[in-house]
Ligand binder design. Structure first.
Ligand code: FAD
Length: 468
């Protein structure tokens, strides 16, 4: 059969992995096609992930700041929330970015094909396009960037609109009186933060023994304390074992250490993780190996077991984060264009944009202790930071982990407002192989929260002489 489309490079999926890969491939001279099943480019991150969640978290932050401004004599009163306007603001932010992507694709002459792709051979895709038609696309090289989707626990009545995943939560259809969040990870807690600020009574159940499993417990504590103060009910070591739709709400049965007082909720948000889309592409037709969970294995150049087919982003493994997808995208496109590149990044930062934010990078303290690594820790409590005191947010803290012998930094974590902005310095320090003295002797601007990074290094060195 004659191909409808021929290209040197096809990228499947237009999320942060896919569009970054397509743009880089085109910039390096490859004739590139980007296939996306949805009308808007940008994938989960731009449409129903990172970006809309942060737009709503901004509103939540303003509400929270206004609520506390009375502490320093500024009274705003009870916020009036025009939900339509807030939703429109979020949609505008998303639209601005996704439209920008279409323009960038045009500029680079990346051909965007709207349709759902699946493999029919190692060099061909069949793309189901509008109107029930298919197009045959023949490629020389391919980058698979089909992403992931929310895990849907089968015990919930998903045909009831009151059971939602993160996409449903971001739609902001209304503000439920009561919201049960199943899963106390990053996504669940970010959404809990938004809905709590908008006025929902929020309950969080988490199966593990701490919120945000993966982050160090000492970093999570200030967040847990604040949620408690705000009236968010958190139940650890607890799971939902059954759920059914009833007239007054979604009725849930729980099992575990701490059973919530209520069992019926106006809305239930299930945020228990994401599953890769690798198993939905008929990848076996191309000979690409996909594991039983839907992940596609890759080497240090992002190649699958079929050398001219690469895979990137959420479907190649954890952590499922946009900046990891983008980094892998550039790497895959550069290798495909013939550049000598391979994965050399040492660390990938994680950020929870909760209130306070939690950010960590490299080895965590819990990991280091579990592995028996010889580490030393430098800490700086924000109670001693002039900037944090001025902001009224002294619950934060910064810690750095150093190799006990070399004094090189191997990890770090921050809890506090703007932790997500601050973590980049620690990531750079790890990439540069900095020793504690390099960080401690770097002049940080005063008064900033960034000083806490320098101070944590100085605390480790024992050279800390003054505070504030
Ligand atoms: P995706 O973004 O999932 O994109 C894959 C694309 O492929 C989709 O557009 C899909 O429609 C398309 N596709 C799939 N199959 C086919 C097919 N067969 N044919 C054609 N097209 C196909 N990460 C962060 O780093 N920071 C954050 O703050 C953050 N917040 C998040 C908040 C939420 C609520 C969620 C759900 C996720 C968040 N993430 C965040 C994670 C982030 O969104 C993902 O890591 C990122 O989107 C992964 O990019 P990707 O390119 O691998 O895949």
């Amino acid at each position: 059969r004659k191909a409808d489309i021929e290209c040197a490079m096809v990228v499947i999926g237009a999320g942060p992995g896919g569009y970054s890969a397509a743009f880089r491939a085109a910039d390096l001279g490859l004739d590139t096609v980007l296939v996306e099943r949805y009308p808007a480019l940008g994938g989960v991150c731009l449409n129903v992930g990172c970006i809309p969640s942060k737009a709503l978290l901004h509103a939540a932050d303003v509400i929270e700041q206004a609520a506390h401004a009375g502490d320093y004599g500024v009274e705003f009163g009870k916020p009036k929330i025009a939900l339509d306007k807030l939703r429109a603001y979020k949609d505008k932010v998303v639209g601005q970015l996704t439209k920008g992507l279409s323009g960038m694709a045009r500029q680079r002459k990346v051909r965007v094909v709207r349709g759902t792709a699946k493999f029919v051979s190692a060099n061909e895709l069949e793309v189901a396009v509008e109107g029930g038609k298919t197009q045959l696309l023949r490629f020389t090289q391919c980058i698979i960037a089909a992403g992931s989707q929310a895990v849907r626990l089968p015990m919930f009545p998903w045909d009831d609109a009151r059971v939602i995943d993160s996409t449903g939560a971001l739609e902001l259809a209304d503000v439920p009186k009561s919201l049960l969040v199943v899963g106390g990870g990053i996504i669940g807690l970010e959404m809990a933060t938004v809905y709590r600020a908008l006025g929902s009574q929020v309950t969080v159940v988490e199966f593990m023994d701490q919120l945000m499993p993966g982050a160090d417990a000492d970093l999570v504590k200030p967040l847990a304390d604040r949620l408690k103060k705000q009236g968010v009910a958190v139940h650890l070591k607890t799971k939902v074992v059954a759920a059914k739709a009833t007239k007054p709400g979604i009725e849930c049965a729980f099992e575990g250490a701490s059973i919530p007082a209520a069992n019926t909720y106006d809305r239930v948000l299930v945020a228990v993780g994401r599953a890769p889309n690798g198993g939905k592409l008929d990848a076996q037709q191309a000979g690409v190996a996909v594991d039983e969970r839907g992940f596609i294995g890759v080497d240090a150049q992002m190649r699958t077991n079929v050398p001219h087919i690469y895979a990137i982003g959420d479907l190649v493994g954890q952590p499922m984060l946009a900046h990891k997808a983008t980094h892998e995208a550039h790497l895959a496109a550069e290798v495909a264009a013939g550049l000598k590149r391979e994965w050399v990044a040492r660390v990938i930062p994680s950020v929870a944009y909760t209130d306070p934010e939690i950010a960590w990078v490299g080895v965590t303290e819990a990991e280091a202790r579990a592995k028996g690594l010889a580490i030393e820790v430098g800490r700086f409590p924000w109670a001693a930071s002039g900037r944090a005191i001025g902001l009224g947010r002294t619950e934060g803290s910064t810690k750095l982990l150093f190799d006990a012998q070399s004094h090189r930094i191997i990890g770090g974590g921050i809890v506090g407002v703007h932790a997500g902005e601050l973590i980049a310095e620690i990531a750079l320090a790890i990439e540069m192989g900095c020793e504690a003295a390099d960080i401690g002797h770097t002049i940080h601007p005063h008064p900033t929260l960034s000083e806490s990074v320098g101070m944590a290094a100085e605390a480790f060195e024992g050279t800390i002489t003054d505070l504030y």
